[in-house]
Design a binder for this molecule. Structure first.
Ligand code: SAH
Length: 257
């Protein structure tokens, strides 16, 4: 969080959680309040209008992560207290990565400004909380976006998660540019998990448009997926009953008698 008493510039990469102010930490809240420049994708700025008054706002389009990172670093170097907004947690498929990559490339010379990464509630835990306790045992997180990682690698990683019988949380299941990815993922998933294995599809967690759908591996392709959706694939231990999905920890079948 930027120190409000400091005359130095600062950069806070702020995880704003899955939705609005209620789902944000106090630290994130304070970091935005104490900034003078707020940078972010317009949809993120729209979620925190209460915190933006009197601030310089720099809005940019979704694909411009690196550009946004460079502007943020430049403004902080120029003496501004910058809050760079990132959805969910900035360290999980978020803005911490382009910032830290730039800082590492910059080398060991001391920076003229402070940099902090402020954690946020990520889509996996936000979605998990709406379902009950699907993530109570070990689980893996994977993005189906092949923007930075080739599909062959994504497919291998998904395969490994399936072999390990981990509950799997899928981020970025599909987009306009990649509508086929869930279909390709399903081909891998159904090799390892039975058709009755519980699956949950959570869209817009904690937003007004929130929806939760319970389905199964066998029916995975009967549904629509987009970039506002997180998919949780159960392990061999996961059960679904009524409004709950659970991967039991206390009554695990794996427990030795
Ligand atoms: N840094 C973010 C993830 C960025 S990748 C985080 O920690 O949550 C974007 C993906 O996150 C989306 O494609 C979707 O899979 C998931 N996501 C983000 N917000 C979500 C929400 N409110 N409900 C469901 N999924 C969400």
């Amino acid at each position: 969080m930027p120190d409000p008493r400091s005359s130095r510039g600062s950069l806070a990469v702020v995880g704003i959680g899955p939705a609005g102010l209620l789902d944000m930490t106090q630290r994130a809240h304070q970091a935005i309040l104490h900034s003078d420049v707020v940078i972010g994708y317009q949809a993120f700025l729209d979620r925190v209008p209460e915190l933006l008054s009197g601030k310089e706002i720099i809005s940019s389009s979704m694909g411009d992560e690196r550009e946004r990172a460079l502007i943020s670093l430049e403004r902080a170097a120029g003496g501004s207290r910058v809050a760079l907004l990132s959805g969910g947690d900035p360290g999980i498929y978020g803005m911490a990565s382009p910032i830290v990559e730039e800082l590492i490339a910059y080398g060991d010379e001391p920076l003229a400004f402070d940099v902090t990464i402020i954690p946020g509630v990520t889509a996996s835990t936000a979605s998990g909380s709406l379902l009950g306790s699907p993530l109570a045992q070990d689980h893996g997180v994977i993005s189906l976006s092949d923007r930075f990682v080739p599909w062959s690698v994504i497919s291998q990683r998904l395969h490994a998660l399936m072999v390990a019988d981990l509950v799997v949380v899928i981020y970025e299941p599909s987009s306009r540019h990649r509508p086929e990815n869930m279909k390709k993922a399903h081909a891998v998933i159904q090799e390892h998990r039975g058709p009755e294995t519980p699956v949950a599809i959570v869209k817009d967690a904690y937003r007004e448009t929130q929806s939760v759908i319970f389905t199964s591996v066998g029916r995975l392709l009967d549904h629509q997926y987009d970039m506002r959706t997180t998919v949780i694939i159960g392990s061999s231990e996961t059960v679904q009953s009524g409004r709950w999905m659970s991967t039991p920890r206390f009554h695990s079948k794996l427990k030795e008698e």
